[in-house]
Design a protein around this ligand. Structure first.
Ligand code: AP5
Ligand code: MG
Ligand code: ZN
Length: 215
């Protein structure tokens, strides 16, 4: 099962991808996570990406397409994968189509989570992530039992540097200009499904299960 999760910043792509991975085992491939990891490790790619990410702009296409090209060839993608945050514009979607053709793979479903802008800002500004295991929280909606500590592994929770109101607004405008049109791009394939991302996390997940169960 090969899936693409689309949606604006804070729509719940990462949250839902992690749930799908837990149930089905397909790896979550988040270009945002890969870039943040590269930055943490001080690689040239990570340092180059940082200024774009901090401004809420897209990292250049050749960088993220290169990341996906390497990642899709890895053995754990054999039985399925979940793309989270890629593609983000038409050029990336076209490049993905070519990569998949070359690997003899195809996308089963493109799931587009729609959420209103006001809700996104609230979600993103309250988001916290475990430094150790990557588990996601929200200080109001899904808080950890102990403040600042991961329920799952006891790791310290942190906030992303691009998760402030100003950068979120920029990320949202980039989404509107470049990424939203991917809905139209994929809608002709018969594999495109739009979901109400405003619903409760469990409800969104149930809808995803209905879609992928129908394959
Ligand atoms: P990336 O890391 O992908 O960020 P994003 O797209 O802005 O999306 P987020 O990760 O913020 O949101 P999400 O949809 O994963 O939401 P989440 O599940 O965490 O990219 C960051 C940057 O990297 C980009 O700005 C760009 O610079 C660069 N980049 C990455 N990919 C690129 C590409 N392909 N090309 C170029 N540049 C690229 O949920 C958010 C919060 O809401 C959480 O706290 C969660 O608990 C909560 N929540 C989730 N679902 C619900 C719900 N249903 N109800 C209530 N709360 C919920
Ligand atoms: Mg994410
Ligand atoms: Zn943890």
């Amino acid at each position: 099962m090969n899936l693409i999760l689309l949606g604006p910043p804070g729509a719940g792509k990462g949250t839902q991808a992690k749930r799908i991975t837990e149930t089905h085992g397909f790896p979550q491939i988040s270009t945002g996570d890969i870039l943040r990891e590269a930055l943490k490790n001080g690689t040239e790619m990570g340092l180059k990406a940082k200024s774009f990410m901090d401004q809420g702009k897209l990292v250049p296409d050749e960088v993220v397409i290169g990341i996906i090209d390497d990642r899709l060839r890895q053995g754990d993608c054999k039985s399925g994968l979940i793309l989270d945050g890629f593609p983000r514009n038409v050029a990336q979607a076209e490049a993905l189509g070519k990569l998949l053709d070359r690997l003899g793979k195809q996308i089963d479903f493109v799931i587009d989570l729609s959420v209103e802008e006001g809700e996104l800002v609230q979600r993103i500004c309250g988001r916290r992530t475990c430094k150790k295991c990557g588990m996601g929280y929200h200080i109001s909606f899904t808080p950890p039992v102990a403040d600042g500590i991961c329920d799952k592994c006891g790791g310290e929770l942190s906030q992303r540097s691009d998760d402030n109101e100003e950068t979120v607004k920029k990320r949202f405008s980039v989404y509107k200009e470049q990424s939203e049109q991917l809905g139209a791009f994929y809608s002709t394939t018969g594999r495109y499904r739009k979901l109400n991302g405003m619903a409760d996390i469990n409800e969104v997940y149930r809808s995803i299960e209905e879609i992928i169960g129908a394959a």
